[in-house]
Design a protein around this ligand. Structure first.
Ligand code: SF4
Ligand code: SF4
Length: 159
């Protein structure tokens, strides 16, 4: 088991800072606005992204300054990962916290930062900046219904 990659050997709170940061697949889904129904507590996702999200790279344009720029930008921690109901089912932190493996398209598995996009998991091509939106309610979207197969088998390598 010692040859296993760190996300299979370690719990989230045992990871180094570098391991923790590399676990993010770069999907950008957690940077989309959500709408919570005050009566039912249900959370609806939208396709509207925080203005600091690079809509092509699906990465924060000012990651070190994110909490200064956006006071309610949520900082994931090992303690909060499973409490955040809106985290996508594909989120690597959520998967590891649940004892599950990463999917084939995760850059740590594929070795290619593009696979999260080509597999249709990221928000690339499907999100709009909040700067261009008047009413969030017009932008509710089910991100889990992308048609992607997040847990498809890892493509076999030749040889
Ligand atoms: S949802 Fe999870 S894996 Fe995707 S960008 Fe956010 S923290 Fe990273
Ligand atoms: S500040 Fe950066 S990390 Fe926070 S929600 Fe906006 S784009 Fe995402």
């Amino acid at each position: 088991m010692t040859d296993a990659p760190f996300w299979k050997r370690k719990t989230l709170d045992a990871m180094t800072q570098a391991e923790w940061e590399s676990l993010c697949d770069g999907c950008g889904q957690c940077c989309l606005h959500k709408i919570e129904d005050q009566e039912t507590g249900e959370i609806a996702m939208t396709d509207v992204a925080c203005r600091f999200l690079d809509l092509d790279a699906c990465r924060c344009t000012d990651y070190p300054g994110r909490q200064r720029n956006v006071p309610d930008c949520v900082k994931l921690t090992p303690e909060t990962v499973l409490q955040l109901r809106w985290l996508p089912e594909t989120c690597a932190y959520r998967l590891v916290a649940l004892g599950q493996d990463l999917a084939w398209w995760h850059p740590l598995v594929s070795g290619d930062p593009e696979t999260v996009h080509t597999a249709g998991i990221s928000v690339r091509g499907n999100a709009i900046s909040e700067d261009r939106v008047n009413d969030l309610e017009d932008h509710i979207q089910d991100w889990l219904d992308t048609g992607a197969e997040p847990f498809a088998d890892t493509p076999k390598k030749e040889g």
